[in-house]
Ligand binder design. Structure first.
Ligand code: TYD
Length: 413
């Protein structure tokens, strides 16, 4: 008798429906920004795995979390917690203002405007604008700044509603939002509806090439459904009769890419798109081989980091986390770094303070507490803000305090 064939369903690409190849499985994870108020609270866990589509080259999460579990009444990610990010978004607004100069009644739409850190500058100039922001608490913060906000997810329906009310947009932009949206095909259809013929869409998200080069695997968590590259974004745009016209690297969030998209399929493409795609091809990001070493490199960083933390603890040292980032949820839960190593995490975000980190239940304390407590070591979860934080913590370091960083390798400095 032939043995019965068990059909194992393949994971399908969210863009083109082709079978995807698994890059890495991280196991059960809590929601990255799911800070809890007390340690008995029930937490939601999901399977965190990342895969690669060999046809459209999109790197993506295999299972995703319902958006309302992440972006709701109490979204803990507040954009205005870093001076460097405030500067970055001011420059973004300045770029938009230059782009729309001379246009009649220009209209700017920002997807995921958060607390209005960027759009505030557009509103201040009296430019017609709207922010599309599904998280209630941050949308309210933006409104308090005088920004016009619609509290919803962006898709074909909301794109049509905006066009009916305000007309088409000269500029559509989004920072750290596009990679959050699972139904990205619907978003791009919405963009086609909302964008003027001579308008431009630009968005920025953590850049796949940076993630692979640095092994910065902590960028992989529930909110980041996609890990974009020029290879994948150019194909995604083409599917929707749009063109990836330019790419400009941004030194924020540990290495991000800003993608500029125009309407139609025959627009002029800048040399930088070709250059970045060549670099991506050199790293084999268009083949599964490009991802084969990733898992081993992740595991090495986790093991090295745990060995350093263990040695410090054995020598009687005390360690605090610095920055209760979304990213740290993946690192802490995957590496198994909890209260045995870390006493608490210092953070400046009011809504995170006095809560507990997802999964590990490490308490979150204020920065004032950290300064008073003065632990010997600070494990820098907010490594993307290293320059700003080192400047701010000059006295801590001068008094002997040491930061531990871990990408691309573990360093005490
Ligand atoms: P962020 O860089 O946005 O990372 P993620 O996207 O992974 O959440 O988060 C930075 C966190 O670090 C945020 O909670 C604020 C905190 N933070 C400090 O506590 N002190 C600082 O000086 C800076 C810059 C950030």
């Amino acid at each position: 008798m032939p043995s019965p064939i068990i059909e194992v369903p393949m994971d399908k690409c969210k863009i083109c429906n082709h079978d995807i190849e698994i890059v890495m499985r991280f196991g059960k994870m809590p929601i990255a920004n799911g800070f809890i108020c007390n340690i008995d609270e029930e937490e939601f866990f999901y399977d965190l795995s990342v895969g690669f589509c060999p046809v459209c080259f999109m790197v993506q999460l295999i299972s995703t979390v319902a958006p309302k579990k992440m972006f709701n009444e109490s979204y803990h990610f507040i954009s205005s917690t870093s001076l460097a990010m405030a500067e970055h978004f001011k420059r973004t607004a300045e770029e938009i203002i230059v782009r729309i100069a001379g246009r009649k009644s220009p209209f700017v739409v920002e997807l995921g405007c958060n607390d209005g850190i960027m759009l505030g500058h557009i509103a201040d100039k009296g430019i017609m604008h709207i922010g599309v922001e599904p998280s209630v608490n941050v949308a309210d913060l933006a409104r308090k700044r005088g920004i016009n906000v619609t509290n919803e997810f962006f898709d074909v329906k909301s794109a049509k509603a905006i066009v009916n009310k305000y007309g088409q947009a000269d500029v559509i932009c989004g920072s750290n939002v596009m990679c959050h949206i699972e139904d990205i095909n619907s978003v791009f259809q919405g963009i086609d509806i909302l964008l003027k013929e001579n308008g431009i869409l630009f968005f920025e998200d953590p850049y796949l090439l940076d993630i692979v080069k640095k092994t910065s695997f902590d960028q992989i968590y529930d909110e980041h459904v996609y890990y974009f590259s020029g290879l994948s974004v150019s194909r995604l745009a083409k599917r929707h009769n749009l063109t990836l016209a330019n790419m400009i690297h941004q030194d924020v969030h540990g290495g991000s890419m800003r993608y500029y998209i125009i309407k139609g399929s025959v627009g002029s493409i800048s040399e930088s798109v070709k250059d970045f795609i060549s670099q991506e091809e050199l790293m084999k990001l268009n083949k599964v081989e490009g991802y084969l070493k990733f898992k081993n490199k992740v595991n090495k960083i986790c093991n090295d980091l745990k060995a350093v933390l263990l040695r410090i603890k054995q020598e009687g040292g005390r360690i605090a986390g610095y920055g209760a980032t979304s990213k740290s949820t993946t690192l802490l839960n995957y590496a198994g770094i909890g209260l045995k190593f870390i006493d608490y995490i210092s953070d400046t975000t009011p809504t995170k303070i006095d809560k507990y980190a997802p999964g590990t239940h490490i308490p979150i304390k204020s920065h004032e507490f950290f300064t008073f407590d003065n632990p010997q070591y600070a494990l820098l979860f907010a490594w993307n803000h290293k320059a700003e934080i080192f400047k701010k913590e000059e006295i801590y370091r001068r008094k002997g305090g040491r930061f531990i960083t871990y990408f691309p390798k573990v360093i005490i400095e």
